[in-house]
Write a protein that binds this ligand. Structure first.
Ligand code: NDP
Ligand code: 2IT
Length: 447
């Protein structure tokens, strides 16, 4: 339910941003949480903080022309939405996927504001990407695309302005090509302009693993708060990309068994657990679909094509693929099958109906803004190391990440308690993230 004042803000957002359904969804979720804050803080409403937060500071849309290996010319669309810089330079990833349009970039940029705020680090919110489809493209085509994309983007970013990173379809290889082109155009070795870099040229230890590891630490904390742990738990992870792979790795280290993971072709079921070396070889080195994993792993593994991985019974669900992948029905099914905790590695993977089902059933539900904040937090640590021309060890960096995730977990719980919604991490994350940004915006005047 929306507070009366917020309902008119939401209607205004709908009118001003027609057709951007994912953006509407992300805004609505935050507005539903922050009603109680307005009662305590009339100054937010008086200075129209909420209306201002819903309007990006700047939105850039540009043409990305490139030619494939046969010489055929393609035109894609590039985006960078610089949403909010009250807490620091705009910070957020780039997504290359055919589904990308302004509404997706705005939902991601909007979520990023509150997520980045929750980390407690000095980073604002932004997001970008392109409707480019990397699947089936050669390494040279990917490089040419990244170079063309950066040939426009470079004029909008900088270590004190806007610092992109990876997301779906953008990993260390793409970040390398993007940084290379930025360096070439600007003639500046400005390491802090992009994060997720390779270790040989300014990347930080644990950034690659950070989102999956961080999400697992967050779920570990939620389980601990309920007097239990990962030990012996059956876990299902969706996706098999960056976030999914390092979630599987950390869950296994903490004593859980990941029995299924997926990609857009279907899922694999491996009752005895997933062979992570084989999964990394197939996904990160050979870039194959999951049926290839099942073929090589032997008869104890089944590949189930074109079905949702959420039909697999589990105690912990860690959605790590994409938005709106857990529907209300999936959530009901998970609850019925004994799911006690959900950690969102992906951004907005659970539909509003799904969230309602989990909360009503008393499932420990860690929303993406909190649970997957370890990725961007470690990006901020990469910026810190770049600025001081330093590099930290893996162990130290992982300790920092774990500390950050524990702190986010504790603040979500404390804030939820304070506002009379004990155990509700959605409310805790939205309110805590919102307040820090709102206070900074108030302090900075009407900008
Ligand atoms: P990757 O590109 O490495 O992997 C994405 C995975 O999700 C792939 O297995 C992909 O399958 C699957 N997937 C993507 N889109 C769809 C779709 N429309 N339908 C079905 N499956 C899909 O991306 P990441 O692991 O980096 O990102 C995963 C999620 O985590 C995203 O929501 C992202 O926003 C979020 N996230 C990422 C962070 C990071 O640091 N990378 C930080 C915080 C959140 P296929 O290959 O078949 O398409
Ligand atoms: O959604 C996210 O938080 C990311 N894709 C990571 C952003 C970042 O700047 O590291």
């Amino acid at each position: 339910m929306l507070h009366e004042k917020l309902s008119s803000v939401y209607d205004h957002v709908l009118r001003r941003n027609p057709g951007e359904t994912e953006f509407h969804q992300a805004v609505r979720e935050v507005l539903e949480s922050i009603g109680p804050v307005l009662g305590k803080h009339p100054e937010y409403a008086e200075s129209k903080i909420i209306e201002r937060i819903c309007e990006p500071e700047r939105q850039i849309i540009f043409r990305v022309p490139w030619s494939d290996d046969q010489g055929e010319v393609h035109i894609n669309r590039g985006f960078r939405v610089e949403f909010n810089s009250a807490l620091g330079p705009y910070k957020g990833g780039l997504r290359f996927h055919p589904s990308v349009y302004l509404g997706i970039v705005k939902f991601l940029g909007f979520e990023q504001i509150f997520k980045n705020s929750l980390t407690g680090l000095p980073i604002g919110g932004g997001k970008g990407g392109s409707d480019f489809e990397p699947k089936g493209r050669s390494t040279n085509e990917i490089m040419r695309f990244c170079q063309s994309f950066m040939t426009e983007l470079y004029r909008h970013i900088g270590e004190y302005t806007d610092v992109p990173a990876g997301d779906i379809g953008v990993g260390q290889r793409e970040v390398g090509y993007l940084f290379g082109q930025y360096k070439r155009i600007t003639n500046r070795y400005e390491s802090g302009v992009i994060t997720g870099k390779g270790l040989s040229y300014g990347g930080a230890q644990v950034r690659t693993e950070a989102t999956g590891y961080g999400c697992t630490f967050f779920v570990e904390e939620m389980l601990k708060a309920r007097g239990t742990s990962f030990d012996g738990r059956r876990v299902v992870v969706s996706g098999s990309g960056n976030v999914a792979i390092y979630t599987i790795e950390k869950v296994e280290q903490l004593g859980g068994t990941v029995i299924a993971c997926s990609d857009s072709s279907g899922y694999i079921l491996a009752e005895k657990g997933i062979d992570l070396d084989l999964l990394k070889q197939i996904k990160q080195v050979e870039h194959h679909r999951l049926d290839v994993y099942a073929g090589r792993a032997g008869k104890e593994v089944t590949f189930v094509p074109n079905r949702s991985v959420w039909e697999v019974p589990c105690e912990v669900a860690m959605p790590s693929a994409t938005q709106n992948e857990i529907t209300g029905k999936d959530a009901e099914h998970l609850v019925r099958n004994g799911c006690v905790a959900v950690g969102e590695g992906a951004n907005m993977p659970t539909t509003p109906e799904g969230i309602r089902v989990f909360l009503e059933a008393g499932v420990a539900f860690g929303p993406g803004k909190a649970a997957n904040a370890g990725g961007v937090a470690t990006s901020a640590l990469e910026m810190q190391q770049n600025a001081s021309r330093d590099s930290w060890t893996f162990e130290y960096s992982e300790d920092r990440l774990r500390e950050i995730m524990r702190d986010i977990h504790a603040r979500c719980l404390k804030t939820a308690d304070e506002y009379g919604m004990p155990g509700n991490y959605v409310a805790g994350a939205n309110i805590d993230g919102f307040k820090r940004v709102a206070d900074a915006m108030l302090a900075l005047g009407l900008i």
